[in-house]
Design a protein around this ligand. Structure first.
Ligand code: GDP
Length: 295
């Protein structure tokens, strides 16, 4: 695990040899390596600073355990802290006390929101929960077609009213239909723009107000790296999210966006997207992500 960081720490740690306590002076080089590893993993700078400060607090004064190499002991502290910050265990999708559980999907265009909606529906089927998908992105005709095509592919129904209807109204009717037809879950896919824009946020807020979702999931492209922090802040401040889906983790990104999303929103990442195919969705596990981020 974390071969690259371990190796660097080993070098940074020569100073500690022969000492029996982790102190400010001997921990400095090691902390610098942790900082570098996190920045390389594209964790947002401010979050790196805060995290490193916390690790320093935890590590300082710790007795060096007999028979355990101090660099390994230190890396345990870093790893455990990272797992803890990311929530320790997987948090499953909410389940409403009465059907349907309403899920609102939010995020920028191209992040994988529509794909994630279909992936989630397929995932829920494995848990024997039925889903209705709702297509509200009337701005890009191809978006509705895309969701309809994905629905066909996995045999999940898609509710849509074409491109001339009001997205808020589509969402409202979609949820009504899911309720009337006894679906367990209704997933409302929404329009995204290439950049955050107030019109999109306003519409999303109106949809949320109308359908009162149990889950508002922010879909974040893991490749956006540092930007994930600003994106999360804006969506969480303006809309309020209950969780996130981190997509495109099959790429070579180390996934630092996960730490940013969690840290800024305080909400769990629930799933990760690991490919273009509709079955490429996995539950999010903080320990695995911590290993990946540390490299
Ligand atoms: P939306 O605009 O947010 O709805 O994004 P789409 O669902 O249309 O996805 C945009 C592109 O990203 C498509 O080409 C998807 O196939 C691709 N995509 C979505 N999720 C993943 C993923 O987890 N991994 C990879 N490699 N590609 C993905």
């Amino acid at each position: 695990m974390f071969d690259a960081l371990s190796e660097r720490l080993e070098q940074a740690w020569t100073k500690l040899r022969g000492q029996d306590k982790i102190s400010e002076s001997n921990v400095k080089d090691a902390l610098r390596e942790v900082r570098r590893a996190l920045l390389e993993a594209d964790v947002n700078l401010q979050i790196v600073k805060d995290f490193v400060a916390e690790v320093e607090q935890k590590a300082l004064g710790a007795e060096v355990v007999q028979g355990v190499r101090p660099d390994q002991q230190f890396i345990e502290v870093v790893y455990n802290e990272l797992v803890q910050v990311m929530g320790e265990a997987n948090v499953p999708l909410a389940e409403a006390p009465s059907k349907p559980t309403i899920v609102l999907m939010a995020g920028l265009q191209g992040t994988g929101k529509t794909t994630a909606s279909a992936k989630l529906a397929l995932h829920l089927r494995k848990e024997e929960r039925t889903t209705l998908l709702v297509a509200t992105d009337v701005y890009r005709p191809a978006a509705i077609d895309q969701l309809v095509a994905l629905g066909k592919q996995i045999n999940i129904p898609v509710f849509e009213l074409g491109t001339s209807a009001d997205p808020v109204e589509i969402a409202r009717q979609g949820v009504e239909k899911a309720r009337a037809d006894g679906f367990d879950v209704v997933i409302v896919d929404t329009a995204g723009r290439l950049q955050i824009d107030q019109e999109m946020m306003g519409e999303l807020a109106r949809i949320k107000e109308t359908i009162q979702p149990h889950e508002t999931l922010l879909v974040v492209d893991a490749m956006t790296g540092q930007e994930a922090a600003n994106l999360t802040r804006t969506f969480h401040d303006q809309i309020g999210i209950t969780g996130a889906i981190l997509t495109k983790l099959d790429g070579d990104t180390r996934g630092g966006a996960a730490l940013s999303v969690r840290r800024i929103s305080g909400q769990p990442i629930k799933f990760v997207g690991v490919g273009e195919k509709v079955d490429a969705l996995q539950p999010f596990y903080p320990d695995r992500m911590a290993s990946r981020i540390l490299g």
